[in-house]
Design a binder for this molecule. Structure first.
Ligand code: FPP
Length: 270
């Protein structure tokens, strides 16, 4: 699904102190934030702890950030919890991450229901181990009716795999005569991505000082803004999220137009 374009991001001077502005994002976004939760291992090692302790702490960070998104009126949050490449990690770490995923889902489902948050998953989730897969299915089933707040976990996710899977599905439809290749356009491809029910992300945040996308939402973030912070994920708080949003508000999103065009259209739409 494509997200309706926002024509102008208001300058900070016009919206005042973001943290003091109730529901500020309702006015000018972001409405969908994707987070690459990096640095759990380094956070742990810097304190003489095991990498797995870092992942435990990383899970602890998720709950307040999910809550912060509701407080800040951000309707879509997508967390990169396990990439398709993460299987290459030591078996003990992969097992710990899968156990943590299951625990997270078991512990959080009740809260998600209470907060009326719908859980989605993107990635080849069918290849997850049975227990976290079952916990995921249950959590998605019981939150299916909610339509205002959306938490998406990217699990066994890879943008390149997503393109492969979309292409296979489209090719199968074409082979069955259900789709004419001449009619193929971005809408068709977008409708076959794992994210077909989600708007494109407005803002992608990566923690821990790394400045790459690592196969996360490559197509969907074509017009996203990026925010990189040196803070490792276990130390990331609502205040850091607000800082990322402030930075977002200082950008002008032009979607291919000139700055002058954006200004004119913004003045017409406000
Ligand atoms: C990157 O840190 C983080 C991951 C590979 C996994 C992210 C997972 C969590 C935050 C916990 C699971 C989350 C949920 C929602 C169940 P890293 O290990 O690459 O850190 P490093 O770069 O310092 O080694």
């Amino acid at each position: 699904m494509q997200y309706p374009e926002r024509l102008k991001i208001l300058p900070l001077s016009e919206i005042g102190d973001y943290s003091m502005t109730e529901n500020a994002s309702k006015h000018n976004g972001p409405d969908h934030i994707g987070i690459i939760m990096d640095g759990n291992g380094r956070w742990a090692q810097s304190q003489g702890l095991s990498r797995i302790k870092g992942h435990h702490q990383g899970v602890e960070t998720c709950r307040p950030i999910i809550e912060a998104c509701q407080e800040l009126d951000i309707h879509y949050l997508t967390l990169y919890a396990f990439s398709a490449e993460n299987w290459k990690r030591p078996e003990s770490e992969v097992n710990a991450l899968m156990e943590l995923l299951e625990l997270f889902l078991m512990n959080e489902t009740e809260t998600l229901v209470k907060q009326r948050v719908r859980l989605h998953a993107i990635g080849r989730v069918e290849d997850l181990p049975a227990r976290p897969r079952a916990a995921l299915k249950k959590a998605m089933d019981v939150t299916r009716e909610f339509d205002e707040w959306h938490l998406t976990l990217a699990l066994n996710y890879s943008s390149r795999n997503e393109i492969v899977d979309a292409t296979k599905a489209i090719a199968a439809k074409a082979a069955a005569g259900k789709l004419d290749p001449k009619d193929l356009d971005w809408e068709t491809i977008s409708d076959h991505l794992y994210t077909k029910e989600l708007p494109d992300p407005d803002l992608i945040v990566r923690t821990s000082g790394e400045t790459r996308l690592s196969n996360f939402l490559l197509m969907q973030s074509a017009y996203a803004e990026f925010y990189f912070t040196a803070t490792c994920w276990p130390d990331f708080t609502k205040a850091h999220l607000e800082e990322a949003i402030r930075s977002y508000h200082n950008r002008e999103r032009r979607f291919g137009r000139t700055g002058e065009q954006v200004d004119v259209e913004a003045s017409l739409s406000f």
